[in-house]
Design a binder for this molecule. Structure first.
Ligand code: C2O
Ligand code: CU
Length: 525
């Protein structure tokens, strides 16, 4: 079986892991994924993969409200949860059945709601046919529970010899992930992080919300209950039989990693799902609602806007509440970013329709979902002028500076140039940075060739400036774990390394780039 290293052409000695699409078409006769062309970037690195199945008219189905997972038990400051990862069938497109891989057979997975200061333990059992890894995105997590890409949960039974070279700290069948969650209230999410195969495994459905609550947030008069709604936005493409369509070189996901060359920059679907439903509708009252918006797409970026309504009043970023609310006419959201927003429907009459659109999209991808005001209700919520005390990191605290260039180049496989960090393809044993525990560093991140959303595990950051401007820009306030970088863009970040010592990853959150080597280790020492 090919190992990670097999991606690389090192002196011509390595075995090729990537197959050129010509070779693929020639040997498998599978021309299925070769369409769409490269002409449809829609402001996102990637190639549009058109659905073969007819897509439904937008705004025909209700927005699914995601179930909250109940703990199986709670004791001594710890809540225990159990999740089984398994295949299931769902009707996503009307009249067609889609096999998904889901946490508890659900896509999106069930929402976990944790309380700051209580430990959360999640036992994940793998009933899929492939290895999995679970990462809590945005979590301040000990390294052994962070979902390092080679710390696999191997499937029960079966032959595991194929995965020997990715052994890491692997286990068979199930694993307990322990989350101390000593961090402020925030919108986190959990998703697959398996070495080489994160893109296809998230695409099949392995993603869910994990919210953290705390007293500070609860003291605020924000909308709650059924007026607090997580929204997971993700694009997908469908085969004629309703199956998710993804251009894996090996769709079993047990052999050769990677996507066919045409999709190397990213896989863009033509059907926009919110909470797993295509272009859904939410019936609302004429009150304020809180939406926790997550872009869980592999490669697609969005510019969200409310047609017939607006603005979005942002109250939180990736890692928690802002100091003050900020109104936006539109929101630019890259993969893995979260925007916690209030939409106020109180100026509307019953019957009004407010459509969330994507100004980066077209031919269907320009639409996201719709709100329809169906009733009047009283509202005792408010948006306070001050939300939380936010500590500002200061340049005076900086002990070290580093630069990271995210670009295509430095490594090749069969004439295809791979995605790299500082010219290096990912390797489990190369450490790109060794920040000291409890220090602040200034990192300059540059994105070349195409757009790259930068993400770092464990360590929260604040954006000093982007793109040569001297401020963070409208969408980078507060504590972040992911920052949107345009092609040729640059951001300066102040990053605080605290919590744990150990080895973690940083990577591009375009999942095709991540799988094709755009990742690096850092070790907190
Ligand atoms: Cu959301 Cu390392 O990932
Ligand atoms: Cu990238």
């Amino acid at each position: 079986m090919p190992s990670r290293r097999a991606f690389l052409t090192t002196g011509g000695a390595a075995v090729a892991a990537l197959v050129l699409p010509t070779a693929l078409g020639g040997c498998s006769g599978n021309g299925l994924f070769v369409r769409g062309g490269n002409n449809s970037s829609e402001n996102s690195a990637g190639t549009l993969l058109r659905s073969e199945a007819p897509l439904p008219e937008p705004f025909q189905v209700p927005l699914p409200i995601l179930p909250v997972l109940e703990p199986v038990r709670g004791e001594d400051g710890t809540d225990h949860y159990e999740i089984v990862q398994r295949a299931e069938r769902m009707e996503i497109l009307p009249g067609l059945s889609t096999e998904i891989w889901g946490y508890n057979g659900l896509f999106p997975g069930p929402t976990i709601v944790s309380r700051r200061g209580r430990r959360t333990v999640v036992t994940h059992r793998n009933e899929l046919t492939v290895p999995v890894v679970v990462h809590l995105h945005g979590g301040r997590t000990a390294p052994e529970h962070d979902g390092y890409p080679t710390d696999l949960i191997l499937p029960m039974g079966g032959d595991h010899s194929a995965h020997q070279q990715h052994a890491g700290a692997s286990v068979v069948g199930s694993r307990d992930y322990v989350y101390e969650l000593d961090q402020p209230a925030a919108t986190l999410w959990y998703h697959d992080h398996r070495m080489d195969f994160t893109g296809p495994q998230v695409y099949r459905g392995l993603a869910g919300f994990h919210l953290i609550r705390d007293d500070e947030e609860e003291a605020l008069p924000l909308p709650r209950g059924e007026r607090e709604v997580p929204l997971m936005i993700a694009d997908r493409s469908f085969a004629s039989d309703g199956a998710f369509q993804y251009p894996s070189v090996d769709p079993s996901l047990n052999g050769t990693p990677g996507v066919t060359a045409e999709y190397m920059s990213g896989v863009l679907g033509d059907c926009i799902l919110v909470n797993g439903a295509p272009w859904p509708v939410l019936a609302v009252s004429d009150t304020r609602y809180r939406f926790r918006i997550l872009n869980a797409s592999n490669a697609r970026r969005y510019r969200l806007r409310l047609e017939g309504g607006g603005p979005f009043v942002q109250i939180g970023s990736d890692l928690g509440l802002l100091a003050e609310p900020t109104a936006h006419e539109a929101i630019d959201i890259a993969q893995a970013e979260r925007f916690d927003v209030i939409i106020d429907f109180s100026g509307h009459d019953v019957g009004d329709e407010i459509t969330m659109v994507n100004d980066h999209g077209r031919d269907g991808t320009d639409l996201v979902m719709r709100f329809v005001v169906t009733r009047r209700e009283s509202d005792d919520s408010a948006i306070p002028d001050q939300l939380v005390e936010l500590e500002r990191l200061s340049e005076e605290d900086v002990v070290t500076e580093r630069q990271f260039v995210f670009a295509r180049g430095g490594a090749e496989a069969h004439g295809m140039t791979l995605w790299t960090v500082n010219g290096e393809p990912f390797s489990t044993d190369a450490i790109a940075a060794r920040p000291r525990l409890s220090t602040v560093e200034r990192w300059t991140i540059r994105a070349l060739n195409v757009e790259h959303p930068f993400h770092i595990h464990l360590a929260p950051f604040q954006v000093l400036n982007t793109g040569g401007k001297d401020d963070a820009g409208p969408y980078n306030q507060g504590w972040k774990d992911t920052v949107n970088l345009d092609n040729g863009g640059q951001a300066e970040l102040l990053i605080r390394f605290d919590g744990y010592r150990g080895r973690y990853v940083l990577h591009c959150h375009n999942l095709e780039h991540e799988d094709m080597m755009m990742m690096a280790n850092f070790e907190v020492v």
